[in-house]
Design a protein around this ligand. Structure first.
Ligand code: HEM
Length: 515
């Protein structure tokens, strides 16, 4: 157990700094100062009834949301700033700060970047990702290396590129063709069997999302059967290995150097090789300028792009699958919202930037999905120096160098203090797209008073794939609602989480063809 605690809290702080803080830690003094005074969470909460320990270890790493729950156990009884911001401080290690306060999340996100004293993205929770994809990626890098990569890779995904009329029309056509083709197969199946079918939709959604990325975005021509039966399972296995590897691989040994002693390692190596084959396939289309490669204005050698391509393939697939799966899972439990959406989009045959803008309720459904069930449920940050951070409301917090910060989006977005009836007209825990109409009417969708769900992040490390991802998800959800009426098999809509969150039941749904 001690070694697991060490693995999680391991940091790059020199020994003298650790020793310097030791007396304060032993006395239980808070390392934080200012107007926001985070409440301390004990390492061991014996008899407290907490769901688990406040750090990942081999028995709880599969349920990361419960680890975050642990930080806010009984926090609603606290009326002070500790209600939404808490910390763990184990003698000899760097403090861990967890916040579900949207004001603080916003300030820390805005103050993340490459300038001296700004926060970094914490690389500790993504050690396994870096071993699988490479450290020289936009997701993992910090400082000047991150800045350089962001400049290079943002233009091809940018709204201004995707939403140029010609570019958009071509994309929309190929996307719609791909989605339509897949849904047609399900439609034919239902017609043949007469009556509704029960399907777990997540694997189907994932295959469509990968096809969109590989064939439409990168311009490759990989057969659907290969995508569905070979590449999706390989990426799933790579992601499962990443999560396990982050918690358990204490020495940081890369997979290719591990001896194939167990079935798990051999399978992970095979999956990794298949994933690499797909990476080669999409890099090969660059020379011909296929797909969005035509927008990529750089002569960096292919090899230097490899880590980012892996991140785009696996990361974008995770995020878009999570987003579309949740949207369909919510609509499957809210038939009134489903019918309202159908009424809005039934006349839309082609999506243009204009029709997307007019499809207001679809926008509300997607916003509400990302609010209640964000794909990335926490954003990791690290204090690169002793830092004062200030919220828009003028509250200040001193964060000592080396602090690990978890911006807890999951809990921030479902707390009534921030998103409840007083602020939005509806309880925070409910899926209600109409909430966004109230927010717009109250003028709370712009400026410093804006209610942010952080579904695509905030500040300099904002998601560069937002426009592409939104377009993919809008098309998949729109096409699906047009063709089917669907109800969830399980009334409860629980979550499972690893790299991203997904519906626990894999979107198990009963589908009926619309007349
Ligand atoms: C549509 C679903 C998507 C969601 C919900 C999503 C969500 C996010 C979020 C929340 C972040 C910020 C993380 C942080 O602040 O720590 C992020 C960053 C990122 N996303 Fe996305 N994303 C999506 C799609 C995509 C796509 C399609 C791509 C690429 C094609 C992509 C590539 C990235 C990259 C490279 C970063 C890191 C940016 C940086 O650190 O500067 N995402 N994403």
């Amino acid at each position: 157990m001690a070694s697991q605690i060490r693995t999680f809290l391991q940091d790059r702080i020199p020994l003298y700094q650790r020793l310097e803080r030791l007396p304060q830690q032993l006395l239980g003094r808070s390392p934080f100062m200012g107007d926001i005074t985070p409440a301390r969470v004990p390492l061991l909460g014996i008899f407290s009834g907490r769901p688990t320990l406040p750090f990942p270890h081999p028995w709880n790493y599969g349920k990361p949301i419960r680890i975050l729950d642990t930080y806010f156990w009984d926090a609603d009884a606290d009326d002070g700033p500790g209600r939404h911001t808490r910390y763990l401080d184990v003698p000899g290690f760097a403090p861990v700060l967890v916040t579900r306060d949207p004001g603080l999340i916003r300030s820390i996100s805005a103050d993340t970047g490459d300038r001296p004293g700004q926060f970094d993205r914490d690389t500790l929770p993504s050690g396994g990702i870096a071993r699988a994809t490479g450290k020289d990626s936009l997701l993992y890098a910090n400082g000047p290396s991150w800045k350089h990569q962001k400049k290079l890779s943002t233009p091809p995904f940018a709204r201004t590129t995707l939403f140029q009329p010609e570019m958009f029309a071509e994309f929309e056509r190929t996307f719609r063709h791909t989605v339509g083709h897949r849904l047609e197969a399900v439609r034919a199946h239902i017609q043949q069997h007469g009556g509704p079918v029960r399907v777990q939709l997540e694997p189907e959604i994932k295959a469509v999302m990968l096809e969109l990325l590989v064939n439409n975005f990168f311009g490759a021509t990989v057969a659907y059967g290969q995508i569905r039966n070979r590449y999706v399972p390989a990426i799933d296995a790579v992601i499962n290995h990443i999560v396990f590897d982050t918690v358990v691989n204490k020495v940081g040994c890369p997979l290719h150097r591990m001896p194939g002693l167990s079935r798990g390692i051999t399978d992970a190596k095979a999956a990794r090789a298949t994933f690499e084959e797909l990476t080669d396939t999409v890099i090969a289309t660059r020379k011909q300028g296929l797909g969005l490669w035509a927008q990529f204005k750089s002569d960096v050698p292919d090899e230097l792009l490899r880590s980012n391509i892996r991140v785009f393939l696996a990361g974008a697939l995770e995020a878009t699958t999570s987003y579309a799966s949740w949207a369909i899972a919510h609509l499957a439990r809210n038939t009134t919202a489903q019918e309202k959406l159908f009424a809005e989009i039934q006349g839309i045959n082609e999506y243009t930037p204009g029709t997307l803008e007019q499809a207001r309720y679809l926008g509300h459904v997607l916003n509400e999905t990302l609010r209640l069930t964000p794909s990335l449920y926490f954003h990791p940050r690290r204090a690169s120096a002793d830092t004062w951070v200030q919220t828009a409301g003028g509250l200040r917090l001193y964060v000592p160098k080396g602090t690990h910060i978890l911006l807890d989006i999951w809990h921030a977005n479902r707390h009534d203090d921030h998103w409840g009836t007083a602020a939005t007209g509806f309880p925070a825990a409910d899926f209600v797209p109409e909430r966004w109409e109230n927010i717009a009417q109250a003028g709370r969708n712009k400026g410093t008073n804006e209610l942010l769900h952080f579904g695509f992040g905030h500040g300099p490390r904002f998601c560069p794939g937002k426009s592409l991802g939104q377009l993919e998800v809008a098309l998949v959800v729109g096409a699906f609602v047009k063709l089917f009426q669907f109800v969830a098999v399980n009334p409860a809509n629980e979550a499972r989480a690893s790299v991203s969150t997904k519906p626990l039941d894999g979107v198990l749904t009963e589908l009926h063809l619309r007349q």
